[in-house]
Design a protein around this ligand. Structure first.
Ligand code: NCD
Length: 309
């Protein structure tokens, strides 16, 4: 297969396993490119990309921008504080701006779930979802699986536990879709209040005992508690959360195998993982960041080649 089955990347739920394989093979090539002395290819000289960030972001925005520049695309950036954005209004404004600027592709982060799908129906541009509320964050899940494949050879058959705030995390949902599609076994672990009811329907198992989950897994993906998406308290205190669901070096040293530790960032050091774990050899957090650029280059390149047809 040499092209994606989709014209937009709105969520992992719209992809096939073949799409994921194609993205990874393309990312392998771009990973080699970004490690060359000249880290740039002219592939997208004729493409203009708008990065629209209606929600705070550091690494995702920088990663997309770098990926676009390394493909030689023209790039425009727009950021807005989420608090001033009302669903509907701003997106329609955005639509009109995009149409008049002749933009080919839009990378968008937005607080409302489904914002990317909405935009894809109203503009004549390829849309990449860079995170829509607590819904999906497809490029994060792709770079996470790519990093697992790089570290452990393949994703199929591997045991992955996603630990923390599953309820509010778009990283969790996209990871569940991506890992299941590739044939991994997936468990979620966290306080009962932060695990959605009926999540088993997505083909995952639930464990509320962190030690049991760590003993089971090959990889633990540690999530940040999404305080900004909470209006009530889901657990008594941060200290108690850390006692029950935080990973520290002692817990890891007591396991009979060396598991891989992942984190999408930003890390709250001392809450979901301690500093010695974040900085240890077991953690592949910085590899994830590096792979993010190659994976995003692959996604943009493959979507752009569909626009050009
Ligand atoms: C994640 C996000 O924004 O969903 N971060 C990221 O994309 N690097 C996870 C988080 O904010 O905790």
């Amino acid at each position: 297969m040499s092209e994606l089955s989709v014209n937009h990347l709105l969520g992992i739920k719209y992809l096939t396993n073949e799409d994921i394989n194609l993205i990874f093979e393309t990312a392998d090539h771009f990973k080699e490119v970004i490690n060359r002395p000249i880290k740039k290819v002219p592939s997208l000289r004729d493409i203009t990309i708008a990065n629209l960030f209606f929600e705070n972001s550091t690494r995702t925005r920088l990663s997309f921008e770098l990926a676009e520049k390394r493909l030689s695309a023209d790039v425009i950036n727009f950021s807005a504080a989420s608090s001033s954005v009302k669903k509907g209004e701003t997106l329609i404004d955005t639509v009109n701006n995009i149409l008049s600027m002749k933009v080919d592709m839009v990378v968008m982060r937005h607080p409302n779930p489904g914002a990317g799908v909405f935009l894809s129906k109203h503009v004549n541009a390829s849309i990449v979802n860079a995170g829509d509320g607590a819904h999906e964050h497809p490029t994060q899940a792709l770079l996470d699986s790519y990093s697992i494949r790089e570290k452990l050879g393949e994703v199929k058959g591997k045991k992955i536990v996603i630990v923390g705030d599953i309820l509010h995390s778009r990283v969790a949902l996209s990871n569940i879709f991506a890992l299941k599609l590739q044939g991994a076994e997936v468990k979620v672990c966290g306080p009962k209040t932060l695990i959605p009811k009926h999540i088993e329907k997505l083909g995952v198992t639930v464990e509320t005992d962190l030690i049991k989950a760590l003993e089971w897994c090959d990889v633990a993906n540690m999530l940040r508690v999404q305080n900004e998406r909470m209006e009530i308290s889901y657990f008594p205190s941060t200290r108690e959360y850390t006692q029950q669901f935080g990973v520290n070096k002692r817990l890891l040293d007591n396991l009979d195998k060396e598991i891989v530790i992942m984190h999408p960032g930003p890390i709250n050091r001392g809450v979901e993982i301690t500093s010695d774990v974040a900085d240890s050899k077991q953690a592949i957090i910085l590899d994830q960041v590096q792979n993010g650029v190659a994976v995003r280059m692959a996604v943009i390149y493959l979507l752009a080649s569909k626009i050009k047809q």
